[in-house]
Design a protein around this ligand. Sequence first.
Ligand code: GLY
Length: 347
Amino acid sequence: MKKRTYQFSSAYVSRYFDASFKELDTIVDRKKAIIITDDHVFAAHKSKFKNWNVICLKPGEEYKVQPTVDAVIEQLIEFQADRKSILIGVGGGVITDITGYVASVYMRGIQFGFVPTSLLAMVDASIGGKNGIDVGPYKNMVGIIRQPSFLFYDLSLLKTLPLAEWSNGFAEIIKHACILDKGLFSILESSSLSKMMKNKALLTKVILRNVDLKSSIVKKDEFEVGERKLLNFGHTLGHALETQYELTHGQAVSLGMVFAAWLSAHLLGFKDADQLEKVLVDYGLPTRSGFDLAKVFNVLKMDKKRVSKTMSYILLQKMGKGVIKEIDLIQLEAHLATFNALNKKIK
Ligand code: GLY
């Protein structure tokens, strides 16, 4: 197990790489720890949870809501959790969000750490300190920015990951490449989902590179006043589609990135939109689907990046170079209508 410590404005985060779940009790005291996980992760790794205090939640984004938070808090009270307790989220993005959020409000804040079990959680959801819940159709509408004490990477947990979850994770990896790292985009271009799943060394390299990319941007702008907004590439339309249609996060973000790349071509002369679409297809992600514009725009315009009548939209100047552009909401709706007319409707 290799440890690295990253300093954020208000906290240190220890990252353990090459770790094995059975070493978890060398970094936390079992008696003080309460694991939060979901039924899928628990069933896939049952023996690992033996002798740990566990709260097991129903899986799925639909449970990333206030009633789940209330239920977890009630169970923490039953466990007699106190200010010295530490919550450990073992799971994907929904579990990391709920764990970080509950830990930040329980007794006005207790420690928490993550053991990400999905590719998406390893490269994105566990990193950055944003933890929150959805409110109706509005994703992550309520939450905090507070860093975990530790991140614990056991890549063997990926062995039981369903195929759709691999694509989900690669959507965020492709996003990081687009906004920050042309070299990473070339690596992705010269491989594919099936090749990457078989090549452990390459996969490990890609995961670590993404952890570093995301950590470095969050370190520079922890509270998202500037550069961190780049990480929302594909997410403004993506979040609105995700709540209105039965799409995974990765599928929705993929469609959002295709629109953002199309808009980048129109507004900034971005030239690599076709290459981006090809890479998304190679990693099992959808690229073209029309939608009900009124329904989607109603949600999109409430995005947290809206200020009054404009929205900070993330575009690409060139591959590996994301930029933040303020776009008038009326113009944005018109661009979306033009783009949408090019695509067949999602069922
Ligand atoms: N939890 C994800 C982030 O902070 O971006």
